[in-house]
Write a protein that binds this ligand. Structure first.
Ligand code: GAL
Length: 969
C-alpha cells in the first residue's frame, strides 16, 4: 500500500492575483506528485537547475503580486543568489539574517497563523532544455525540489503548478506539458514562515530558502515510477532474498548473483549480508520499458526479537551520533563532498550509526551510509517542541486537522528512503509530545514497511514504537533500565532501550562517556546511544570567528546552545570526538596482570581480519622498540590473551616504562588508509619516577630578595621572582577556571549547577591574604589564606620551598576552612612566564583531557607550541589541560610533579578566557600563563544532561602536592 495524499498532476489554476491563504493552511500542499523512491541517476536525461537565480526578498507574504512569474518579466535588476542556498546566508545581510532558537517559536504561537512579517523570497531562473533533450511529448518531465524552507509556490512559464510545505522532504511536479525548448521561466516564491513552521521547531537556525537541489527529470514513456527493493538475509541459510516491487513492470538484474527476474518476483541466492561493519552492496538494475535505474542492493534483515533489535539474527550496539546538516557558510545546503567528509570522519572515529536529527537528510547522505556502512535512524521532519510552554495545548500532533500533513511527511520520508539498507529504523520525529497524529504516522509506516522498526522518544509508554528511547538519562537511570528495574508499562519493559540523545557535546565535554559505555556493554537490553550532536552550527563571521544565537540581533535566541557538536563548525574534530573514538573502539586492548594483553573483538559481526596489531615499548615516554603482534582470529564477541614480547631494552631502575598496543587497518579501506589506528591500549610496566626531593640548601636573606638555590623571592611577600635566568610572575594558588558550558549548566536544570554556585561564592575573585613569610634553615615558607569577599570559607595555603642547590621544590599544602558546600573548579598553582613557546611533556596527550574525559589521553612524550595547546571552542572556556603529566619543559624550565599533575599554558589569563564570548575576543598578551593543577573538576554534560559523576567531583578537602623546578637554560 502506498499513501497518495496529494492530488496527482497539477491542474493549473486560473490567473488573477495569487492568494497567500496556502501559507497558513494546515494542508501539506497542492499539486505535487505522489511521493516515490529517490535515486540519483538513471539513463533518463536530467537537468540540474542549481546555480545562480535571481532573488527579490519582500517583507510580507503578499507584498508583491505574482507578475514576476510571467514570461517576459524583467528581473535583470534583481540580485543573484546561489541555489541551493539560504538567502539569509547570502548577500552579507542584505536579505535578512538567520535566527536561532532552541525550542521557542520565534513568532507568537497561534497555529496555524504566522506573522504578517513573513520574509518572502521570489526566486527566478530562466533555462533552456539542453541539446538532445528528448521530445517531451514522448513521456513527460518532472520538476523535483529536494528541500525548500518552509513553504513554496511554483510557477513554470507563468502557470501556477502548485505549492508545498515540508522543508526537508522532496516534492515533484509534472511539468512536461508546460516546457519549451528555450526560455523556460521557473518562478518559486518561498515564504520563511508558514503553517509548516509549527511542525519544524527543531533546535537549529531558522534558514529560509531553496537549500537542496532543483532538478528537471525527463520521464520517458514506460519509465520507472515508484519501486521498493525488499532485500532480506537469512542468517541461518546464508541466503539473501530479493523482490523489487515496481509500479511499472520490468526486470531486475544483479549480475554478480546471476539474478534476472521480473519485478514482483522473489528470488533467493547465497549472498554476503549488509551490515554497518561489512557494507556489502550488490550492483543491480531495474529495467522498465522506458528506463534503466541502477540499484545498490544490501541484503539484511531487521527485526525485534527476544526484546532486542537484531540485524541478521544478532543484536547490534549503536555507537552513534545525532547529525544535523551543517556547513558554516552554506547552512543546511551541503555539497556531496561535505556529506562524504561527515561519513569519513564518523568511520575514522569508530562511529557506527547516525540518527538523522531531526529530519531526513539530503538523500545522497544515505547513499554514503549504504556505501561506507553506518546504521541509520531516519527521522521525519517533525518537531513541535514550542508547545511544551503551554502544556502541549493545541499541539498539531494531537489535532486531526493536521494529520494529513503528518502523514504526508511520513510518506515523503519513507517513500524517498525505503531502498537504503543503512536505514534500519524510522523515527516519527522529535519532541512533538504525543497524540493521534503520531499514532497515525506509526500505523501508516508499519503498514507500508513492516521490515523496519519504529522509534519516537516522546512516546514514553511506547504505544507506537518498537524501542524504548530516552534522552540525557543519567548513568544511574540507564543502569537501572539495563537491569529491567525501570518499571513502566509491561509493553515497554519488553522493549530494547536506546538513548537517542546523550552526552551533550556543548563546549568542553562531554564528560562521562566511558562510564556510559561500560553500562551499555554490561546489559543486553541497552543497545547503545547517540551523542548530541555531531557538529557545532556556528556561522562563519568576519568579526566573531563563528557566530551563534544572538549575534544577529535576534529578539529571542538561545545563544551558543547551537554549538554543541563533536566537531567544530569547520569539521575539525574536538577533543570530545577523540574521546568518543577511544571509548567506542571496536577492539578492546586491556592490560592483564601477567604481562599479557587481552584482545576482545567488540564488533557485532566482523572478525579481525581487517586489522593488524602492533606493540611499542616506551621508556620515560619515548618509544625505544616496536614490532607487530600476532593476534589469533577472533569472531565478534570473542577474546584472547596475547603474550607480549620480552622488553627490547633493560630500562634503568626508577625510570617509567610501558607498552602501547595498537590495532590498525591492515589495508587501505574506502574510509581510511592502511595503518589508521582503530584501537589502542597501554600497559604500565614500571611505575612513575618520583620527583627529586630537592632539599638541603639554605635560604639566604638579602636586602630585597631571599635566594634559595636557583630561585629568588621577594623578601617581604615571599613571592617567587626568578628561577635561574627565568623571570616568574604571580605564582599563587588558583582554584578558578573559565566555566565551561557544562559547568554553567542549562537554565532548566533542577540539579546543582556548579558554575553558578562558584560565581555566587566568588571563586573567580579569590583574595590572597599574606599571613607569614618564614625563613628556616632549609626552607622558605609562605603562609596565606585564600578566600572570597563576603563569605567565611577559605583555603589556608602554605607554600614551602626547598632546594638542593640546582633545583627548587615547592610543596603546597591546602586546608579548607569553613563550610565548603561546593566543589572546586580546579586546585593548583598558576604563574606567568615572559617567554615560552615550545612545550615538551611526558604525560597524557596529545590532546586535552579532564577527569571524566580522559580515556583518549595516551601516556607518552609529547610536544606542542603554546598556541597549539589551545582548543578553540566557539564560545571560549576552560580548555587545553594535559593529564597525568610527570614532567613538562617550557620557557627555560623543567617542571616535575609529585604526584603527576594537570598542565595548562595559554597566552591569556583565565579571567580573559572567562570574559571572552567569541574566539576573536582572545588576544595574546606578553605573558604565558601556566597552570599546574593537582585537581580538576570533571566535565559532565550538564549543559543538557547530568553533571559529573561523584568520582570526578573535586571536593574541597585537605591536599598537599609538590613541583620541582629546574632552570634548563
Ligand atoms: C534535545 C533536542 C535536541 C537539542 C538538544 C539540546 O532535547 O532533541 O534537538 O535541542 O536537546 O541541544
Amino acid at each position: 500500500m502506498s499513501l497518495r495524499t496529494s492530488p496527482s498532476p497539477a491542474s493549473p489554476r486560473a490567473g488573477g492575483p495569487a492568494s497567500v491563504d496556502y501559507v497558513e493552511s494546515v494542508s501539506p500542499g497542492d499539486g505535487a506528485l505522489p511521493p516515490r523512491a529517490w535515486y540519483a541517476a538513471s539513463n533518463a536525461p536530467s537537468l540540474s537547475l542549481n546555480g545562480r537565480w535571481r532573488l527579490r526578498v519582500s517583507a510580507t507574504a503578499d507584498a508583491e503580486d505574482d507578475a514576476f512569474a510571467a514570461q517576459g518579466y524583467d528581473a535583470a535588476h534583481w540580485p543573484e543568489v546561489t541555489v541551493p542556498g539560504h538567502w539569509v546566508l547570502q548577500g552579507e545581510g542584505a536579505f535578512g539574517s538567520p535566527v536561532y532558537t532552541n525550542h521557542l517559536y520565534p513568532f507568537p504561537v497561534d497555529p496555524p497563523r504566522v506573522p504578517t512579517e513573513n520574509p518572502t523570497g521570489d526566486h527566478l531562473r530562466v533555462f533552456d532544455l539542453p541539446e538532445g533533450w528528448p521530445d517531451v511529448s514522448e513521456g513527460g518531465c518532472v520538476l523535483r525540489f529536494d528541500g525548500v524552507e518552509s513553504c513554496a509556490r511554483v510557477w513554470l512559464n507563468g502557470e501556477d503548478i502548485g505549492e508545498f510545505k515540508g522543508s526537508r522532504l522532496p516534492h515533484e511536479f509534472a511539468v512536461g506539458h508546460l516546457l519549451r525548448r528555450s526560455g523556460n521561466v521557473l518562478a518559486v516564491r518561498v515564504h520563511q514562515w508558514s503553517a509548516g513552521s509549527y511542525l519544524e521547531d527543531q533546535d537549529q537556525w531558522w534558514l529560509p530558502g531553496i537549500f537542496r537541489d532543483v532538478t528537471l527529470l525527463h520521464r520517458p514513456a514506460g519509465s520507472v515510477l515508484d519501486f521498493f527493493v525488499h532485500a532480506a538475509y537469512d542468517h541461518v541459510t546464508g541466503e539473501g532474498s530479493l523482490r523489487v516491487d515496481s509500479d511499472v513492470e520490468g526486470r531486475v538484474t544483479v549480475p554478480d548473483l546471476d539474478i534476472d527476474v521480473a519485478t514482483g518476483q522473489t528470488v533467493t541466492a547465497p549472498v554476503q549480508p549488509w551490515t554497518a561493519e561489512t557494507p556489502t552492496l550488490y550492483d543491480g538494475e531495474l529495467v522498465t520499458e522506458g528506463e534503466r535505474v541502477p540499484l545498490r542492493i544490501g541484503f539484511r534483515t531487521v527485526e525485534l526479537a527476544d526484546g532486542l533489535i537484531k540485524v541478521n539474527g544478532r543484536p547490534i550496539l549503536f555507537k552513534g551520533v545525532n547529525r544535523h546538516e551543517w556547513h558554516p557558510e552554506t547552512g543546511r545546503a551541503l555539497d556531496l563532498e561535505t556529506m562524504r567528509e561527515d561519513v569519513l570522519l564518523m568511520k575514522r572515529h569508530n562511529v557506527n550509526s547516525v540518527r538523522t536529527s531531526h529530519y531526513p537528510p539530503h538523500p545522497a547522505f544515505l547513499d554514503l551510509c549504504d556505501e561506507y556502512g553506518l546504521w541509520v535512524i531516519d527521522e521525519c521532519d517533525l518537531e513541535t517542541h514550542g508547545f511544551v510552554e503551554q502544556d502541549w495545548r493545541d499541539n498539531p500532533v494531537d489535532d486531526d486537522r493536521w494529520t494529513p500533513a503528518l502523514l504526508d511527511r511520513a510518506a515523503r520520508m519513507v517513500e524517498r528512503d525505503k531502498n537504503h539498507p543503512s536505514v534500519v529504523v524510522w523515527s516519527l520525529g522529535n519532541e512533538a509530545g504525543t497524540g493521534r497524529g503520531l499514532t497515525a504516522m506509526a500505523q501508516w509506516i508499519r503498514a507500508r514497511d513492516p521490515a523496519r522498526l519504529v522509534h519516537y522518544e516522546g512516546d514514553v509508554n511506547c504505544r507506537d514504537t518498537d524501542v524504548y528511547s530516552r534522552m540525557y538519562a543519567s548513568h544511574e537511570e540507564v543502569e537501572r533500565t539495563g537491569q529491567g528495574l525501570d518499571g513502566g508499562p509491561l509493553g515497554r519493559r519488553r522493549l530494547p532501550f536506546i538513548l537517542c540523545e546523550y552526552a551533550h557535546a556543548m563546549g568542553n565535554g562531554p564528560g562521562g562517556l566511558a562510564d556510559y559505555q561500560r553500562i551499555f556493554e554490561a546489559h543486553d537490553r541497552l543497545q547503545g546511544a547517540f551523542v548530541w550532536e555531531w557538529i557545532d552550527h556556528g556561522i562563519r563571521h568576519p568579526q566573531l570567528g563563528y557566530a551563534y544565537g544572538g549575534d544577529f540581533g535576534e529578539e529571542l535566541h538561545d545563544g551558543n546552545f547551537v554549538c554543541d557538536g563533536l566537531v567544530f563548525p569547520d569539521r575539525t574534530p574536538s577533543p570530545g570526538l577523540v574521546e568518543f573514538k577511544k571509548v567506542i573502539e571496536p577492539v578492546a586492548l586491556d592490560a592483564s596482570d601477567d604481562g599479557t594483553v587481552r584482545v576482545t573483538n567488540k564488533q557485532d559481526f566482523a572478525g579481525l581480519s581487517a586489522l593488524a596489531f602492533t606493540w611499542a615499548f616506551q621508556v620515560d615516554g619515548e618509544t625505544v622498540g616496536s614490532g607487530s603482534l600476532t593476534v589469533p582470529p577472533l569472531a565478534a564477541g570473542a577474546s584472547a590473551e596475547v603474550p607480549l614480547p620480552e622488553p627490547p631494552v633493560d630500562a634503568p631502575a626508577g625510570v617509567e616504562t610501558g607498552w602501547t598496543v595498537q590495532a590498525v587497518l591492515a589495508e587501505d579501506t574506502a574510509w581510511a588508509r592502511a595503518g589508521h589506528v582503530v584501537a589502542w591500549g597501554q600497559l604500565a610496566l614500571a611505575s612513575p619516577m618520583l620527583a627529586s626531593p630537592a632539599q638541603g640548601a639554605a635560604p639566604v636573606v638579602g636586602e630585597r630578595l631571599v635566594t634559595l638555590g636557583p630561585a629568588s623571592f621577594d623578601v617581604r611577600t615571599g613571592e617567587l621572582r626568578t628561577l635561574g635566568p627565568v623571570a616568574v610572575t604571580g605564582l599563587r594558588l588558583d582554584v578558578w577556571r573559565a566555566t565551561t558550558d557544562n559547568d554553567d549548566g542549562a537554565p532548566w536544570q533542577s540539579d546543582v549547577r556548579h558554575g553558578l554556585l562558584w560565581r555566587k561564592l566568588g571563586l573567580h575573585r579569590m583574595r590572597h591574604r599574606l599571613d607569614a613569610v618564614e625563613v628556616g634553615d632549609d626552607a622558605l615558607t609562605v603562609r596565606t589564606r585564600v578566600a572570597p569577599a563576603g563569605w567565611e570559607v577559605g583555603l589556608s595555603t602554605a607554600y614551602r620551598w626547598t632546594s638542593d642547590g640546582d633545583r627548587v621544590r615547592l610543596t603546597v599544602s591546602v586546608t579548607p576552612e569553613g563550610d565548603w558546600t561546593v566543589p572546586l573548579p580546579r586546585l593548583g598553582v598558576r604563574f606567568g612566564l615572559s617567554e615560552a613557546d615550545r612545550v615538551t611533556w611526558f604525560g597524557g596527550g596529545p590532546g586535552e583531557a579532564y577527569p571524566d574525559s580522559k580515556a583518549a589521553s595516551a601516556l607518552g612524550r609529547w610536544q606542542s607550541t603554546v598556541d597549539a595547546l589551545q582548543t578553540p571552542y566557539v564560545r571560549p572556556q576552560e580548555n587545553g589541560a594535559r593529564a597525568d603529566v610527570r614532567w613538562a619543559e617550557l620557557g627555560g624550565l623543567r617542571i616535575e610533579g609529585d604526584p603527576a599533575f594537570w598542565f595548562t599554558a595559554r597566552r591569556w589569563t583565565t579571567e580573559q578566557l572567562d570574559a571572552a564570548a567569541h574566539r576573536t575576543d582572545l588576544v595574546p598578551g606578553e605573558t604565558v600563563w601556566v597552570n599546574l593543577d593537582h585537581g580538576q573538576h570533571g566535565l559532565g554534560s550538564q549543559s543538557c544532561g547530568p553533571g559529573p559523576l561523584p568520582p570526578y567531583v573535586l571536593t574541597a578537602s585537605p591536599a598537599q602536592f609538590s613541583f620541582v623546578f629546574t632552570p634548563t637554560g
